[in-house]
Design a protein around this ligand. Structure first.
Ligand code: ADP
Length: 518
């Protein structure tokens, strides 16, 4: 029996309603609950017992008191767009989703220091609009889809495509409500009145921000983020390489340019199929089952002038700086056998409509256009993401892609990959597109991800983020010293939240009383 079925249900529902108002609680059986399931589920969808929508920290504290009284687990989302990893769906039946979408204030923007403090419900799109509205000199760095929030995305270690692409490196200070209702401010936020809360990532004593990344130790209600000055001029470099074997050479060419800061953004390197998916559906070349044959891949390359590997990155600065950077980058890239490349330059005040759609993320222009990619297999479009961390070294990436491609293709799915390249590491984002209405494709996803997680870990490649269905398995791989990392996390969880009120099982972290046997 889940909490939603117990005789007490009216009591806790009424208490939530008293705390938030009737309109901000979606009870069992209400149609709104269908918006809080995993839209790309490859197993059964799990609707929540209810949804609560607090709008203040005090309301969150009131809701936590209700949850503690009745032992109801809460699963917090900011904008709930964590698609491909479970969306807003919780791990356990009977969970109430705590949707922070109404906490959508941009609390402060400091143009002088280049920082902002925001609430969780602020989307990338809304932050961009706010900065433009107030005439700020600062700009957001946006991921592929701007409907999500900087807070949710950062907490899950998401990324974007400018000089501020690594969101965890651009986060500074948080406010967090703990399971017992206590409120902490991390970093300099602990010093009352300190102007430096969102400016200095240290503090006095240990740092706590990292504790709230991919964890279940608290509800983040404010976050400081560093914003980038709107660049005077930007350029996007686009590279195509038709020889499959030159991926490693490309990575080994980009890395030194990134280590010196000559290239300021990360680079994204997509294979033919993933770039083609941004332009049209797979049945344009092939509508059969199984893996898209190489003849069809070649047809896509010819039709859209694609390479086996297609890279892009951004560079920014004054005209003089940009010219100097381009000259150095041009010389290095030209040495790759068979490479073709072009630089497209844009002025600061370019009309977003005049920017090529494929360059918009490098310019920080919000958009949700990339969602069209998931129509690759037609039917009921969905994707599952497997992101693996590799050294930014050509040889390592060749090992990883051989391993993953073999498993994806033996599951009779297309290998569609984008390598996100930073100076020292790469996140290999395997976006596996599938048609949820096709049982063969849908049923292949879960076992495929499990196999890739374990086989990649055995080869030293860790998963960077996991779907709710695979959180325990993913955590299992990080096993140094008899799983000391997870044991440490669970000692904290048991101390902070012994009853498992906050997202039990998230990232494979359970309080002692709830730990499933492994
Ligand atoms: P987005 O805002 O990008 O749509 P989500 O709201 O789906 O992202 O958040 C992704 C995940 O991050 C959630 O499933 C949840 O586990 C965690 N999370 C998001 N926001 C918070 C928050 N404010 N406090 C604690 N955890 C959060």
């Amino acid at each position: 029996m889940t909490i939603a079925e117990t005789p007490l249900r009216t009591v806790w529902l009424e208490q939530f309603r008293a705390a938030l108002g009737e309109a901000n609680v979606y009870g069992p059986g209400t149609p709104e609950l269908s918006g809080y399931v995993d839209p790309y589920a490859f197993g059964e969808q799990l609707p929540p017992a209810a949804v609560i929508r607090p709008s203040t920290v005090a309301e969150i504290q009131d809701c936590l008191a209700v949850a503690r009284e009745h032992g109801i687990p809460l699963w917090t989302v900011s904008r709930g767009r964590n698609f491909a990893y479970g969306g807003p769906e919780a791990r356990l039946p009977g969970t109430v989703v705590c949707d922070l979408g109404r906490m959508d204030a941009v609390i402060s923007v400091d143009d002088t220091a280049g920082v902002a403090i925001i609430e969780p419900g602020v989307s990338f799109q809304a932050l961009d609009e706010h900065l433009r509205k107030i005439g700020s000199s600062l700009a957001v760095s946006v991921p592929d889809l701007s409907w999500g929030s900087p807070v949710g995305n950062t907490l899950e270690r998401g990324f974007s495509y400018t000089a501020h692409s690594e969101h965890q490196a651009m986060q500074c200070g948080m406010e967090v409500v703990l399971a017992d209702g206590d409120i902490i401010r991390t970093g300099m936020g602990a010093l009352p009145g300190a102007e430096t809360w969102a400016m200095y990532r240290g503090s006095y004593g240990p740092g706590f921000d990292g504790l709230f990344y991919q964890s279940n130790f608290g509800i983040v209600t404010k976050m400081g983020i560093w914003l980038r000055p709107r660049p005077e001029r930007s350029a996007v470099c686009s590279i195509t390489i038709r020889d499959d074997n030159q991926l490693g050479a490309l990575i080994d060419t980009l890395r030194p340019l990134m280590l010196t800061g000559t290239i300021q953004s990360n680079a994204v390197i997509g294979n033919t199929a993933i770039v083609a998916s941004t332009m049209t559906a797979r049945d344009h070349w092939y509508d059969g089952p199984g893996v898209m044959p190489d003849t069809a891949v070649r047809a896509a390359m010819d039709e859209f002038h694609l390479g086996r590997w297609n890279a892009q990155f951004g560079i920014y600065g004054s005209p003089a700086l940009l010219a100097a950077r381009i000259a150095e980058i041009r010389e290095a890239i030209a040495a790759i056998p068979g490479v073709e490349f072009v630089f497209d330059e844009y002025e600061c005040d370019v009309d977003p409509g005049d920017v090529a759609p494929e360059h918009r993320t490098q310019l920080g222009i919000p958009s949700n256009d990339a969602i069209s990619m998931i129509g690759w297999r037609g039917g009921e479009p969905a994707h599952a993401d497997i992101g693996l961390v590799s050294p930014a070294k050509g040889e390592a990436v060749d090992t990883l892609r051989t391993l993953v491609a073999a498993r994806v293709e033996s599951a009779r799915l297309d290998y569609t990959v984008g390598f996100m390249v930073w100076p020292r590491h790469i996140v290999a984002m395997n976006l596996i597109m599938f048609d949820r209405s096709d049982p063969d494709q849908k049923d292949a996803i879960g076992p495929l991800i499990e196999q890739v997680i374990t086989d990649a870990a055995a080869a030293g490649f860790g998963i960077y983020r996991a779907h709710t269905a695979h959180m325990d398995l993913a955590a299992d791989q990080y096993s140094f010293n008899d799983h000391a990392s997870r044991r440490f996390a669970e000692r904290l969880k048991s101390a902070l939240d012994p009853a498992g009120i906050l997202a039990p099982g998230k990232q494979g972290i359970w309080p002692q009383a709830m730990r499933p046997s492994t």
